[in-house]
Design a protein around this ligand. Structure first.
Ligand SMILES: [Fe+2]
Length: 364
């Protein structure tokens, strides 16, 4: 898929901070910034909409209390979830999966699934190729200045989603009786079936729903850094892939841009230092930066044990991490040894992939 937007004009667009641009532009959000709504007992922070990404994706932080339990629903577009904290039970295909911090899930369009919160406090990031949750939260939810769910919500998300208010968003609510073994109770265990299980540890070949345990996925390592695909283009119908990066402090990579694909950075731990169209931004956990195609950028891992997640779409850049890294079955990077920049892999990426280098690594 090629996108029609003008990457040359994006290079002249200043980075916007702490607000959504409403048009395709590079922007950064501090943790908690974005559009905030109570949606039943969920707290939804919209961090990117189609209006901000040229229709490529939307991104949300969802916080939900223990006992929150959605009905079975199916939604438009491909969804990818990354659990940050607590215990989130995701049920599909008659099985309940207990997800904890670092676990993820890939949910193709039309999959019947439910989400339940099992700990006192649960939060996750949800990426979607569609805009349904932003539109639903804006119309059926209650705008709020708060950054956390209400102590005493007006309704549960289940009651709200089952109301006529949600008609017209492409969301279908299913009676749970047709998936009796998968219905989950408020404590996160399943009703009438086997207990919720921990996720598996390998990515399937096709576009099927799956969950992936923290640290698992297709793993590649380079000097003091582990790069893991928790979902790949083959799992998303060619819409996107995600990259989960953990590592020690690393210097900036060369300044570069992409002509076809957008890239973004969600800090999950440590600090990520970024350059975007000439401005420097340091991301702390929960902070986000979106770099649409054209944005001149570079990043570095600026703290020990830095952890970040990125969604790259369209997924033309997927081979980059294989060119720049070595496959591994390990879970953690190794610290120490001689610093090593994989110059051969970088040259191959420049020759073959959507990568235009415009300068040396920026001064930090
Ligand atoms: Fe890049």
């Amino acid at each position: 898929m090629t996108t029609a937007f003008d990457w040359e004009s994006i290079q002249k667009t200043a980075l916007l901070r702490d607000e959504l641009p409403g048009e395709l532009a590079p922007f950064a959000l501090s943790s908690g910034e974005g559009l905030r709504h109570h949606l039943g007992d969920w707290h939804v922070t919209t961090m990117a909409r189609h209006a901000d990404t040229g229709g490529e994706f939307s991104l949300y932080r969802i916080a939900l209390p223990g006992g929150s339990n959605s009905p079975f629903l199916s939604v438009p577009g491909h969804s990818f979830v990354h659990v940050v904290e607590g215990e989130v039970t995701v049920t599909f295909d008659g099985r309940s999966h207990r997800l904890i911090g670092g676990d993820s899930g890939s949910i193709p369009a039309g999959t019947r699934f439910s989400i339940a919160g099992g700990a006192a406090f649960n939060s996750l990031f949800l990426y979607s190729t569609e805009d349904w949750l932003h539109r639903l939260a804006g119309d059926a939810g209650e705008e709020t200045g708060a950054h956390i769910f209400s102590r005493r919500p007006a309704s549960s998300v289940s009651a709200l989603l089952r109301s006529e208010l949600v008609d017209g968003y492409g969301v279908t609510i299913h009676d749970g009786s047709d998936i009796s073994s998968g219905a989950s109770s408020s404590d996160g265990s399943s009703v009438g079936g086997t207990a919720a299980t921990r996720p598996g540890n390998h990515l399937p070949d096709g576009e099927v729903p799956f969950v992936n345990a923290a640290g698992h996925g297709d793993r590649y390592e380079t000097f003091e850094q582990m790069n893991t695909y928790p979902v790949r283009a083959r799992n998303t119908g060619g819409r996107f892939f995600a990259m989960d990066t953990r590592g020690a402090k690393t210097p900036y990579i060369p300044l570069h841009f992409h002509q076809e694909h957008s890239e973004n950075f969600l800090c999950l731990g440590g600090r990520v230092r970024l350059h975007a169209n000439g401005e420097e931004v340091v991301l702390a956990p929960g902070d986000f930066l979106h770099a649409p195609a054209g944005t001149i950028h570079s990043f570095s891992l600026a703290a020990n044990n830095t952890h970040m997640l990125g969604l790259l779409t369209p997924p033309v850049f997927e081979p980059f991490f294989e060119y720049m890294n070595d496959p591994t079955e390990e879970y953690v990077h190794v610290e120490g040894g001689e610093p090593h920049f994989p110059a051969a892999g970088f040259a191959k990426a420049q020759a073959e992939l959507d990568l235009v280098v415009v300068g040396p690594p920026p001064e930090s």
